[in-house]
Design a binder for this molecule. Structure first.
Ligand SMILES: Nc1ncnc2c1ncn2[C@@H]1O[C@H](COP(=O)(O)OP(=O)(O)OP(=O)(O)O)[C@@H](O)[C@H]1O
Ligand SMILES: [Mg+2]
Length: 418
């Protein structure tokens, strides 16, 4: 496909096609699902087309005929196809028959509880800096897990203003060729569409658009922070406070359409008596959504380090999540009752972990403090968990990658990759 930029999640789709009858690619509207699926498909049917829908209703088996893998794009417009796909997968001996994509997933219970063993799910997020070309990828998360030491000048576009632009533009593939200003306007349009269209069609929740926007604004104001439901509710209060049930339903809706994504607290055994905080940190799937809600521009971010710091952390968490996917790792955060924190803990299913602090401020004092925090966290974990540590990492916006005398590594986000 001309102009197609490779996606990190492509490897997961490829592996799943080799194992299972069908793959469901899910993710937020506009993150590149159709293009990713087309990259692997040998035929396709678009179920946003009326003729295809009529055929799908009259003869569901007929729309599944064609060279495989066959892409069923916007399959949620003909949800009964789900069961037809399951049946076809049972009847056909080869894996890799179908790829299903859609921006909204209706009948969520149906897709979550049926199809196991036949239909694999792959989550696609917007593009990371590595995928848009803003990171060289010289510092590989996989290699960090294997114990590699990093050292060098790897970022090709140093400068905080590039990072501020990356936050506002986001990882939306359709905006790649737009000017920064047009890309930011396009993200604002997406926020409006999420509220107007995606919440009701994607989640089935009957909603008050004003309240949803206020919830999203509250999430934007509290991005990369642990924010209790009660705080979100009080932010949404415009004369008549929403019930807890409403806040939970709207938040759940935003998560189901993959717009909001919590960063759970890490659960780890400690040698000390410190107790862990369990509250998740709030994020959007892409920091540009928060930036659009806050009406942030690169210039404004550069003069407001607090907001820029939170959005930079959210940008780094987005990328860490994407780079973690091939490692089957998940991204947590750490905080205990002594006030010790780590912005990200990336843990693989085999228990190996990396702890990271994400620092916009690269002064020696700021990096020192981050490194000390990470070393304290390492000391606090039980001997068994401490021995699973792969590395301690301070993530900066730009600058050199190196290993400090205390063993903590420093690397810019503009050099990170899978
Ligand atoms: N890998 C890619 N390389 C280059 N451009 C891409 C890539 N993926 C997507 N795009 C661009 O972004 C646009 C949107 O992508 P796509 O239609 O695949 O998103 P989607 O997730 O299917 O959106 P929707 O949720 O609206 O169905 C494409 O039309 C294309 O211009
Ligand atoms: Mg699509």
């Amino acid at each position: 496909m001309p102009g197609y930029l490779p996606r990190i999640t492509g490897r997961e789709v490829e592996n799943a096609l080799g194992r299972r009858g069908a793959v469901l690619v899910e993710g937020v509207r506009g993150c590149g699902k159709t293009w990713l699926a087309r990259h692997f498909a040998r035929s396709e049917v678009r179920l946003d087309d009326n003729a295809a829908l009529v055929l799908a209703a009259a003869d569901p088996a007929a729309v599944l005929q064609g060279p495989t893998p066959r892409l069923l794009d916007e399959w949620q417009n003909a949800p009964h196809l789900w069961n037809q796909v399951r049946r076809e997968c049972d009847d056909r001996p080869e894996p890799g028959q179908f790829i299903l994509t859609g921006s909204a997933v209706p009948q969520d219970d149906l897709t979550r509880h049926s199809g196991t063993g036949r239909i694999s799910r792959v989550l696609l997020r917007p593009m990371s800096l590595r995928e848009t070309g803003a990171s060289t990828g010289a510092v590989s998360l996989k290699k960090l897990f294997e114990g590699e030491t990093v050292s060098g000048l790897f970022d090709e576009q140093p400068g905080l203003s590039n990072i501020a632009s990356a936050v506002c533009v986001g990882g939306w593939p359709q905006n790649l060729r737009l000017s920064n200003k047009d890309a930011a306007s396009s993200v604002s349009d997406s926020v409006t569409e999420i509220i107007r269209l995606d919440i009701p069609t994607g989640s089935g929740v009957r909603h008050d658009p004003v309240m949803v926007r206020r919830l999203m604004l509250s999430l934007a104001l509290n991005v990369a922070a642990e924010t209790k439901m009660s705080k979100l509710a009080s932010d949404m209060d415009i004369g008549h406070p929403p019930s807890r049930k409403t806040v939970v339903a709207y938040l759940d809706a935003l998560q189901r359409i993959h717009v909001a994504e919590d960063q759970p607290a890490w659960s780890v055994s400690l040698r000390s008596k410190a107790t862990l905080h369990r509250e998740a940190k709030r994020h959007f799937v892409d920091p540009s959504l928060a930036a659009a809600l806050l009406r942030a521009t690169p210039q404004r971010l550069l003069s407001d380090p607090t907001t820029f710091g939170a959005l930079f952390e959210s940008l780094a968490v987005r990328d860490l999540r994407i780079y973690s996917q091939p490692e089957q790792a998940a991204v947590f955060h750490y905080r205990d009752n002594t006030g010790l924190e780590a912005d990200a803990v990336i843990e693989r299913t085999d228990g190996r972990w990396i702890a990271a602090e994400i620092k916009l401020n690269t002064s020696p004092r700021s990096i020192d403090k981050a490194a000390k925090n990470l070393l304290r966290l390492h000391e606090k974990t039980t001997r068994r968990r401490a021995s699973d540590l792969a590395t301690l990492l301070v993530i900066t916006p730009t600058g050199p990658a190196y290993r400090r005398p205390d063993g903590v590594q420093v690397a810019p986000i503009t050099a990170l990759g899978p």
